[in-house]
Design a protein around this ligand. Sequence first.
Ligand SMILES: NC(=O)c1ccc[n+]([C@@H]2O[C@H](COP(=O)([O-])OP(=O)(O)OC[C@H]3O[C@@H](n4cnc5c(N)ncnc54)[C@H](O)[C@@H]3O)[C@@H](O)[C@H]2O)c1
Length: 335
Amino acid sequence: MTGRVFLTGAAGFIGFHLANRLLKDGWEVLGFDGLTPYYSPELKEARLSILQGYDTFSFEQAMLEEPGRLTDCIGAFQPDIIIHLAAQAGVRYSIDAPRSYVTSNLIGAHEILEAARAHPPKHLMMASTSSAYGANDEMPYAEQHRAVHPMSFYAATKIANEAMAHSYAHLFDIPTTMFRFFTVYGPWGRPDMAPMKFARAILNNEPIDVYNYGNMQRDFTYVGDLVEGIVRLMGKAPTADPIGPMDSLSPVAPFRVVNIGNGSPVPLSDFIAALEDALGRKAERNLLPMQPGDVVATWADAALIEALVGKLPHTDIKDGVQAFVEWYRGWNRAE
Ligand SMILES: NC(=O)c1ccc[n+]([C@@H]2O[C@H](COP(=O)([O-])OP(=O)(O)OC[C@H]3O[C@@H](n4cnc5c(N)ncnc54)[C@H](O)[C@@H]3O)[C@@H](O)[C@H]2O)c1
């Protein structure tokens, strides 16, 4: 399957990897990204310069929330598939700067929905998050669990996105998949996330901040495995028929949410040990209490995605961290 993909957040961590994969697979990609200053615009530019090596890649630098801009771009490009990854990400920053989440994640997401309404794609795919499960402590997290008690404003905006997209899928018959991603890591990662924060501190002989005294578990998902999941789901636009009891398909709309995770939670201590091994240095741990907005553990139930697209690759944490560190050493020298 090939065709045209309109991809927001193309200069971001996941968007870059997905665009790279789609271009290699023969898709034509129009990337859209505002290169926001939340973290190093140089890192975003460096990712983009790789994508710009493909003739089949074009790029629009603009903000989601600019009224009508997405509708104009999508109208001119006529994509088969729209993938919306651009967002203000980050649990902790949403305590300090909630407004940017309103602008990017609520107003921006609404602009995407309006664009899809004006120029309906075969499949609209949008990023949500495992944070949507919030206070739900039933593990592993399954798509049919209640996701109604967000612990952070970031999570609240993503749950709102799911509700907004459901209403558009219902009213305007737009086949829509919402992904719930679980802690994604790998090369070209985000400087605000633990792998890069920890690697930077360890290499600078500074202590790393370890919250909840290290008593945390995350379903760390290697970015290449996640991208494989997205690519396989592209051809699985929701239709009227549920595929089984695990399906989150809406009873009134071509809409479903799908977890994309590794399916095996890793204790934070194991993740840090893998990072220490790959860096060849020990970390000094600054043990701290739980941070507001955070959850102790995440764990994806993979039954739905496996029923839809088969078993995904599961990169071992040691191999994934090794690949991240190899990239980070080069980037750190260039920084
Ligand atoms: N990385 C993870 O572990 C993770 C986990 C769960 C969900 N997600 C979701 O996946 C998506 C991609 O995440 P990521 O890790 O690649 O984040 P990222 O911050 O690296 O990428 C997001 C991109 O969106 C752009 N952007 C943000 N606001 C914008 C706006 N208003 N207008 C135009 N562009 C804007 C940024 O410039 C950035 O390049 C996000 O929706 C995020 O919430 C990520």
